[in-house]
Design a protein around this ligand. Structure first.
Ligand SMILES: O=C(O)CCC(=O)C(=O)O
Ligand SMILES: [Fe+2]
Length: 301
């Protein structure tokens, strides 16, 4: 029998949503793939987001992009656009940042109850916040992140040794199929338990592709070693990375002061969106609000 008050913790949240199998994988492997019938985002929303990203790419880069053929013109991407090991001249991807400002679909995705519950399971029920919302726009290119697949752990900005609690957790929403030729996510099973950045060269030898269809939610722990295989197939690979952080670590994107309040209110769950932006967080304060003591009776004198 459950103790009184047991209905409010993160375990109860996971139970209520039926996410135990995914939590088990997160514990054992440090990564899990959640299908559409569990996360509940319709495939039509993935198509709409892909269309939006293709149009945004065209606006920024200056040529048409299609899922079948990639960029219509020859384009140049600066060296090291994501600092994961790309090589100048052979870089075939870029990031579209600050998506939650761009369209409500991306705000709804950021507060998806299943993604948020899994992030909160790893980071903490009250401690989880947004870090950034980026799309990875990738097309054919044999080099990718180079021979070590760009393996890294996302919570690398926090000093080691890391503890058991995730300082960050990532969700990768696949807008196109992840096959081996598509340039899928690479990851090392169980690597989150090393609580360190990848130990090479063994890490790359143990890296596996994450094969899953479009519309999948890949969740992983901030200490899980991951990167990506190069995309060898024609066409494009689109993914939205909604990255969550522990409130005691810095965000990649500034939300608390700079995110437009009207946009935060315009989504499927405004209360959760506001909490994850940290709008009501006490720290860091601009002006301390605590009252000072006064000599008794001073106010009356
Ligand atoms: O899919 C990729 O290319 C890498 C993704 C990644 O490192 C991330 O989302 O943190
Ligand atoms: Fe990463």
């Amino acid at each position: 029998m459950m103790a009184e008050g047991a209905g409010t913790g993160r375990t109860e949240l996971i139970r209520r949503l039926g996410l135990e199998p995914y939590v088990l994988e997160l514990e054992i492997d440090g990564l899990t793939v959640v299908p559409p019938e569990v996360h509940g985002v319709p495939l039509a929303a993935f198509d709409a987001m892909a269309d939006w990203l293709l149009e945004a790419s065209e606006r920024i880069v200056g040529c048409r992009f299609t899922l079948e053929d990639g960029p219509e013109a020859e384009v140049e991407v600066p060296d090291g656009a994501t600092r994961l090991g790309e090589r100048g001249g052979e870089n075939t991807q870029f990031l579209l940042p600050q998506l939650a400002r761009g369209h409500r679909l991306f705000r709804d995705l950021a507060v998806n109850p299943v993604a948020v519950a899994l992030a909160r399971y790893m980071i903490g029920l009250r401690e989880t916040r947004f870090s950034s919302h980026n799309a990875f726009i990738k097309w054919r290119g044999g080099y990718g992140y180079g021979p070590n697949l760009g393996l890294h752990a996302d919570q690398g900005a926090s000093p080691q040794p890391w503890g058991r609690t995730a300082l960050a957790a990532n969700s990768n929403w696949t807008l196109t199929d992840y096959t081996l030729e598509a340039g899928p996510l690479a990851f090392v099973r169980g690597s989150h338990r090393s609580v360190s950045q990848p130990l090479q060269p063994g890490a790359t030898r143990r890296a596996e592709p994450v094969i899953c269809p479009r519309g999948s939610l890949i969740m992983f722990h901030g200490a899980t070693w991951h990167g990506a295989f190069p995309r060898t197939a024609p066409g494009m690979r689109l993914m939205v990375a909604n990255y969550y952080r522990h409130m005691m670590t810095l965000p990649q994107e500034e939300f608390r002061n700079g995110f437009p309040r009207d946009l935060a209110g315009d989504c499927a769950d405004p209360a959760t969106f506001a909490t994850l932006c940290g709008f009501a967080d006490e720290f860091p304060y601009v002006r301390a609000e605590r009252p000072f003591p006064r000599v008794r009776g001073a106010a009356a004198r």
